[in-house]
Design a protein around this ligand. Structure first.
Ligand code: NAD
Ligand code: IPM
Ligand code: MN
Length: 361
């Protein structure tokens, strides 16, 4: 049975990493007898600069119909409109109600971490993806004058906080069943944001009662950032707000090799809609040079395959990436000498290769 994947290569290194992601994704699915019908959409800075359109309605409605969306990156130094990235990426997250953003960090080879003693790192940030400081409520008054005021509201709803914290507990239970610690850490800043994040505290207490078998505790975001560097092995599932999740997931990615390797899935578990994209942005300095690491995009493709129920294909992609990393078949950011497409090739060649000591999903 074919599945329809809407592909938005986007800006900067987006098209380069997505090209490699597509190759690997299509090959891995085909090894399971599944064909993926990938449809590429011309959405991004070039279109915006050419036509003034950010995300045309006709494209948006097609994206809504797809089995999954696969996106490279959006962001271009030529685009000054501050609503541009929000008009594509945040719009898709909000309007498709993709309320959970999963950002796993797994240390695939000890030499990838900048930390001493190569600790075991296998954690996932569960980022609330439709609320918080990202909703765009606010405004500016007396703009450009000495008296100007800029307000950006932080929105936390009972429904939004509850569903994402509950999801984190469910994910922890699934991970425990697979032999991992299955521990939840809820991260907020309720000592300063004592309206919005007090709601996170109260909902967390209720959800913890509903899951008595799950170890769970709380950290303020400043301490969580420090602990991630000091003792990353203590973390398993981190659940947090939109902005803190954005920041902590970049931090966590660097603990295991950096942004070039970091995947993400934006999901609505009820509607089964999903958007899959590397955590990194368009990295304009790398664009067009063949220096971009496609592994974050390829691993996002694995999350996409898992979302489509193609677990075996997803595992094969993850193992092939890990095998390539361990063999040193990487771009410069990971210490290798290959270019973007040679890394795609190296991963393709290793599909089906099984590696030692790989955590089960
Ligand atoms: P970035 O993630 O694009 O790049 C930061 C740095 O990380 C790069 O300079 C590079 O050194 C490294 N890097 C990132 N991805 C890499 C890869 N695949 N291979 C090798 N090195 C890699 O962040 P930025 O420079 O702050 O943002 C650039 C643009 O991207 C901005 O317009 C920003 O808004 C946008 N952005 C988009 C997304 C997205 O589409 N999901 C995410 C983050 C940033
Ligand atoms: C990410 C990006 C986006 C975010 C930007 C581009 C709006 O940094 O996906 O992490 O902050 O969510
Ligand atoms: Mn980010």
């Amino acid at each position: 049975m074919g599945r329809r994947i809407a592909v938005i290569p986007g800006d900067g290194i987006g098209p380069e990493v997505i090209a490699q992601g597509r190759r690997v994704l299509e090959a891995a699915a085909s090894r399971q007898g599944v064909s993926l019908e990938c449809v590429e959409y011309d959405v991004g800075a070039d279109r915006y600069l050419r036509t003034g359109e950010i995300l045309p309605e006709s494209v948006f409605s097609e994206l809504q119909q797809a089995d999954a969306i696969y996106l490279g990156a959006v962001g271009d130094p030529r685009v000054e409109n501050p609503h541009y990235a929000a008009g594509i990426l945040l719009r898709l997250r909000f309007e498709l109600d993709l309320w959970v953003n999963l950002r796993p960090s797994l240390l695939m080879a000890p030499e990838l971490t900048p930390l001493k003693d190569a600790p075991q790192i296998d954690l996932v940030v569960v980022r609330e993806n439709t609320e918080g400081a990202y909703v765009g409520i606010g405004g500016q008054f007396k703009r450009g004058t000495a008296d100007e005021i800029a307000i950006q509201e932080d929105v936390n709803t009972r429904k939004g906080v509850e569903r994402v914290i509950r999801y984190a507990f469910e994910l922890a239970a699934t991970r425990r069943a697979a032999g991992r610690p299955g521990r939840v850490v809820m991260v907020d800043k309720s000592n300063a944001l004592y309206h919005g994040h007090d709601l996170w505290q109260r909902v967390f207490a209720l959800e913890r009662e509903r899951a008595p078998g799950t170890e769970a505790d709380h950290l303020y975001v400043d301490v969580a950032a420090m602990q991630l560097v000091k003792n990353p092995a203590r973390f398993d599932v981190i659940v947090t707000s939109n902005m803190f999740g954005d920041i902590l997931s970049d931090l966590a990615s660097q603990l295991v090799g950096g942004l070039g390797l970091a995947p993400s899935a934006n999901l609505n578990p009820q509607t089964r809609r999903g958007l899959f994209e590397p955590v990194h942005g368009s990295a304009p300095r790398h664009a067009g040079k063949g220096t971009a690491n496609p592994m974050g995009a390829i691993l996002s493709g694995a999350l996409l395959l898992r979302h489509l129920g193609l677990e075996r294909a997803a595992e094969e992609v993850e193992q092939a990436v890990a095998a390539s990393v361990r063999a040193g078949s990487t771009t410069g950011d990971l210490g290798g000498r290959l270019d973007t497409s040679a890394v795609g090739e190296a991963v393709l060649e290793r599909l089906g290769e099984r590696i030692e000591a790989w955590p089960r999903s």
